[in-house]
Write a new protein. Structure first.
Length: 189
């Protein structure tokens, strides 16, 4: 009877150890999904997979991305009083359209202490044509007798220039970009 109890205790002990090790074993990090979901969230406004990877709600993921984007836009105009808040919002809306032009395909992953993810990118030429578009729009405003220092005119020049470049958009030759993914000091990727 003692042998049966001993065998039973050992068997239960082994099962508990197996279960505990199975529960404590973290799934492998999927760098490819991480990069894909991050790009999709930032450029195309698709937050579901990004939120799942970060273990937050889609609402929180969207809020995080949009706040970062809006903060970066606001920083461009921190030292300028030549543009209204509405002008900044209109400009941000146009830049959001530019982001949606992003074409990319996440490829393979190599792990050598750090994950290196290859991403094929078709580069848009929106920003390459922006100076020309800005010159054209500015000249149109001058011909109309408008003052370029007026905050509303300045905002109109910005948004109309981006719109003009959006309309002329074309894509360059596909290039491969290497993205490094590694843990920070807090253990997050």
């Amino acid at each position: 009877m003692q042998k049966k109890n001993c065998v039973l205790c050992i068997s239960i002990g082994i099962i508990v150890c197996i279960l505990l090790s199975a529960c404590s074993k973290q799934p492998d990090f999927d760098a490819k999904s991480y990069v894909q979901s991050s790009l999709d969230a930032y450029y195309h406004g698709e937050y579901k997979d990004y939120a799942n990877l970060l273990e937050i709600s889609e609402k929180d993921a969207k809020k995080e991305i949009e706040e970062d984007f809006n903060e970066s836009i606001q920083q461009q105009f921190d030292d300028s009083d030549n543009i209204t808040d509405k002008g900044i919002a209109d400009y941000a809306e146009k830049l959001a359209e530019v982001k949606k032009l992003a074409k990319y395909k996440v490829q393979d992953v190599k792990e050598e202490g750090v994950y290196t993810v290859s991403v094929q990118v078709e580069p848009s030429n929106v920003f390459q044509t922006l100076q020309q578009s800005s010159t054209e729009v500015s000249n149109e405003k001058i011909k109309q007798g408008l003052d370029g220092n007026d905050p509303e005119v300045f905002a109109a020049v910005l948004t109309e220039s981006v719109q003009k470049s959006l309309e002329k958009n074309s894509y360059g030759k596909t290039v491969t970009v290497k993205v490094s993914v590694e843990k920070d000091n807090s253990g997050k990727y």
